[in-house]
Design a protein around this ligand. Sequence first.
Ligand code: HEC
Ligand SMILES: [Cu+2]
Length: 333
Amino acid sequence: MNSTDLMKQLPAQWSTFGPGYDWLFYFIYWMSVVLFVGIIGTAIYFVVKYRRQPGVKAEPTGHNLVMELAWTVAPVVLLVLLFHWGFAGYVSLTTPPPDAMDIRVRARKWSWDFEYPNGGHTANQVTIPVNRPVRFVLSAEDVLHSMYIPAFRVKRDAVPGMYSTLWFQATHTGDTRFFCAEYCGAADEPVTQPDGTQRDTGHFSMNGMVHIVPQARWSTFLEGILRAPSHPDGREFTAAEWGEQLYTQQNCNTCHSVNGSPMTGPTWQHIFGHEAALTDGTRVMVDENYLRRSILEPNAQVVQGFNPVMPSYQGSLTDRQLDALIAYIRSLR
Ligand code: HEC
Ligand SMILES: [Cu+2]
């Protein structure tokens, strides 16, 4: 380890909070190093120097007013300064500028939903403009989660039943990772991906990417999330193709398989056009309206043999995304 590694204990500074936060961190860090070495060094020196020796009698030292004042006043000054810097930083971290753009962030086991000002959504990926204040309005649908973006130096809990907020202004374009920083459990069984491979899921997989882009690209992105995506040759996805993409993007695949095997939720294979048995003993034809209701109000009609654990997607899927998912389930009949 050389001296520059020692200085670089924090990730790259990608938000306006970076310089002030890091300065205070290193100040406290190096102050602790100097005090630790100084105090422990002196203690060891005294232990050796004043150890019991034959013929030397211990004598009480009495008071030293100057020294006692110095070791009282110096720490008080330091603590007042640290409090001032820490509190000023706290105030700026918790006070977004009035022109900050709001993004709604909903956390659930085990994914993040981002809702943009135009009503569009993304899951586990958030795209934001550079050099513009952004405010995340966080909530949790099941248990405690926590939004943590190390490169921005921000972290805030997402709590069921209340809103919490976090803001930042990115200073760099590029991609940086965010994490859930509050242990929120793990799934019992691995999840089958559309390509047949298996993936474990849980708290540890509840992370994703922040994409920071220039304002112009951000505007294009915003328009894009309301439309079906396109193939590289420019042809728009069919509804079922888009639905297949949403199946993983929206994390439906953590509970639903498309190959017939039941997971936390029923498989989607061969359900369309067949009857489903519900827990209340009735049977219902699986058609577009039933599917729509199952996604928006999952607990209204619960399928026999399953627990009512599916989150509602009311407000987190646009109408066109719902249509696409239904078209995909239809295509699996
Ligand atoms: C946390 C696990 C979980 C997630 C995530 C989840 N579901 Fe479900 N889903 C269930 C369970 C459990 C049931 C069965 C109980 C019920 O009907 O509420 C179910 C039932 C359904 C049904 C009715 C199926 C049938 O056989 O009648 C549909 C349709 C459905 N989910 C769609 C979706 C879609 C679309 C998504 C993603 C946008 C999704 N689910 C995400 C757990 C989940
Ligand atoms: Cu979490």
